[in-house]
Design a protein around this ligand. Sequence first.
Ligand code: ATP
Length: 668
Amino acid sequence: MNFSDLTSVFELMEKTSQRTSLTMHMAKLYANASREDVGILTYLCQGILVPQSHGIQLGIGDKLAQHALRVVSGNSTREIESLYRKNGDLGITAQMLLSKKTQSTLLSENLTVKKVCDNFYKIATSFGEGSQDTKINLLGELLSNASPIEAKHIIRFVQGSLRLGVGEPTLLDSLSIYHVAKLISKSDEITADGNKIKIAHVSINYELQEKEKSSSGSVLEFSCLGKLGEIAAKKNQTIILPSISQNISFPLLSISEVKSRYSLKIDILEAKRLFRELFDRAFNMRSDLAFVAENVVDGKLSEIEKISPAVFSPIRPALAERLLTPEQIFEKLGKCSVEGKYDGFRLQVHKKGNEVRIFSRKEEPMTHMFPEIVQAVKNDFSAKEAIFEGEAIAMDEKDSRFLPFQVTIQRKRKHGIFEKSSEIPLRLFAFELLFADGVDYTKLPYEKRREKLISLIEKNSRTIRMASRILAKSSNDIQSFFEKCLSEGLEGIIAKDLNSPYVAGARKFAWIKLKKSYGKSVDTFDVVVIGYYLGKGKRTQFDFGGMLTAIYDPKKGTFKSIAKVGTGFSEEEMQSFAKMLEKISTKDKPQNIESDMEPDVWVTPKIVIEVNADEITKSPTHIAGREATGEGLALRFPRMISIRTDKDPKDATTESEILELFELQSQK
Ligand code: ATP
């Protein structure tokens, strides 16, 4: 596929924030892609080159990108900087600079998506002496063959600011639609209202047909031979496709008759739910959408059904729901297992023979950071091949107390790893077994997973221990264990359903957390920084006077404003915030932000911070929860606790969680 074909779709995507539109654009891209481009496309649309777990990031800074632009456009640094300052977007700057050049001097060869990806990969993996020049040359090669529009997206991609708003749920929906459309186009008959109808021709229109259906219909058109019988009179038929075992109800948008052929239009968007569960599971097991997409395009549904955990491919983590009291938890789960909630780093440990790899909650490789844990897994964990999870935390062994997160976090570093590991050794409290020696434990109930996990850990291991737990037979049991955990310095408890499998990648009631009290507020919030204010008074020197933050709406893929956070940081933190945020500042409000409030500077939503607040209140100023409550929701007196480097923006508190927390708070 030519890169220009992809960037023309990027242009369309950029103009819409409607999830259904993005979904149809993606489905069409898959339909038009050659097999070898499917994986690449999937990564490029997510703004990545390979899955997070490979630890490869492009991250080209402004200076380097400007250098490449200078070489290619012939403009001076000053000219480029002044243009950039005016429009605040280096991608647009690149587009403008290259537009000034004539086609003949610039366009020498057509860029393909493969060529672009190859160069990106080389840029990301060139290190050491001379690597800056190599990177500039590789980027320059792409830019000198790029059209202005292509240049815009190349620059945005290498800077990590593609801004398409295509999240994982959108990609999974689009694969489902693509797959159903393919099945239909292969069918030669359908059944509608008991009548078998021969299909003469199928055409799939991936454009949204606003006129046909006021919501967001998109059509698939059949032309059929033979009698349509009664169905011509009815709408919302159950149209059965022989190639799909389930009966799928596709709303019938219209039927018309032309020369004894009938043209049936159905809303293909209805197909998006059909294969989602299957594709979701595959994605949750491997954390790699390109892998899922390639299997879908190959039509290997049976392979997708069989997908099980693979060592060294991180599994997407299970998450916990919230309830307010031990009584509510016991009412929900009945007899359950209650474990301590450790406040450290969530680690997913993969072992094969003598090789151990560790991944973070975000599926990033962390192996090098925890040498003592790697060694302990080699010595004290008896499975030959395994995937298990635990929380790594610093401890004061003398008093058997857990140390606060501020101590554990010091182990997150690039340098001085060995020194710090002897100064602050971590203990890994194992809580879940996902795979061991050929057996997929994610499908087995909690008790089986735990039993096996205990049997694999060396009893006297100093570094790997089982997470403490009780089997609660009443809410009183939960209450007293909760108090015991808090007295030992833990954050709270996590109650676990004894019969539930491991629910990868989802926040479900299989796990319920209860944390120490934050006043009226039920939990802390993980919000995304969407803008910042310039310092006034004492803060002028830091160029930083607080942040505008948002929660995430996964349905729309947007970040909705919820609070202005102005307290909780030290002077040192303010300085580093100012620097960090300046790097991701944008001139205009990014497409995927919804906010009526205007900060002094907008930023690309990238940084997640944990905040505490007195309560959630109704407020007309903010967008979060507005559709559901009529008014927006805001955090009252928000205070920053920490930067959540272990979370991506899409892992931030979601809109439905805020609504749920608001409801829980009113019960408190
Ligand atoms: P929080 O900010 O409260 O840690 P979170 O959003 O990171 O929450 P949740 O799904 O709400 O994640 O809570 C589960 C988290 O609790 C896990 O990600 C893990 O890091 C931590 N944890 C600590 N102890 C346990 C345990 N025994 N079992 C499962 N998770 C645990």
